[in-house]
Design a protein. Structure first.
Length: 81
């Protein structure tokens, strides 16, 4: 449902009455800063996710060696009972 232009005008008049014409530039500036910070945070998060995905896909997993014998952790000199 699209917003009717009359509703937008009514909202602007109500905001103007509540905050007054002196505070509107401050509110607009604060809203702009908040939008910039949000955009910056989302782009940083997107870059972080894409770089971690590229790192994960660029290093393939090492295939397991079937011929290798498992290493034992027995001491070199064992005592017999």
């Amino acid at each position: 449902m699209p917003i009717h232009p009359l509703w937008i005008a009514a909202i602007l008049v109500i905001v103007l009455i509540i905050f007054g014409p002196g505070r509107l530039p401050e509110l607009g500036s604060a809203a702009g800063k908040a939008m910039r910070e949000f955009r910056k945070a989302t782009s940083e998060l997107s870059n972080e996710v894409s770089s971690s995905m590229n790192t994960a896909t660029s290093t393939p997993a090492q295939p397991a060696q079937k011929d290798a014998e498992p290493k034992t952790t027995e001491p070199a000199s064992s005592t017999k009972n």
